[in-house]
Design a binder for this molecule. Structure first.
Ligand code: SF4
Length: 99
């Protein structure tokens, strides 16, 4: 779920092992792991997703995740994606998979 909408659905094992939506992928990278260190600084820091969650009271015509998405394309700010076949038995709300 992101901004009140389902962004990815499917078999839990498949989604956790091979997330399709950029938000699912980024979120899973933020999971704490015992002993993980930031190799560059040798510090114990949790990754974060840059940016802020959207203002749900403001109308946006594009993808709600677009301001934070590393994979954003031109179409992403022009209209909202529907759910597409995620090619892993599930569905994903992202133009990387259709539109
Ligand atoms: S539709 Fe575009 S902005 Fe939204 S998650 Fe997919 S690539 Fe990112």
């Amino acid at each position: 779920m992101y901004a009140g909408q389902m962004v990815e659905e499917g078999d839990a094992g498949s989604v956790l092992k091979s997330p399709r939506h950029p938000y699912t992928e980024a979120l899973l990278k933020c999971r704490p792991t015992l002993g993980r260190r930031d190799d560059a600084r040798n510090e114990r820091r949790l990754p974060v997703i840059p940016g802020e969650p959207p203002d749900l009271t403001a109308h946006s015509k594009g993808c709600a995740y677009e301001p934070r998405c590393a994979d954003s394309m031109k179409i992403c700010s022009e209209r909202a994606p529907e759910m597409f076949d995620g090619q892993n038995g599930g569905t994903v709300r992202c133009f990387k998979f259709g539109g």
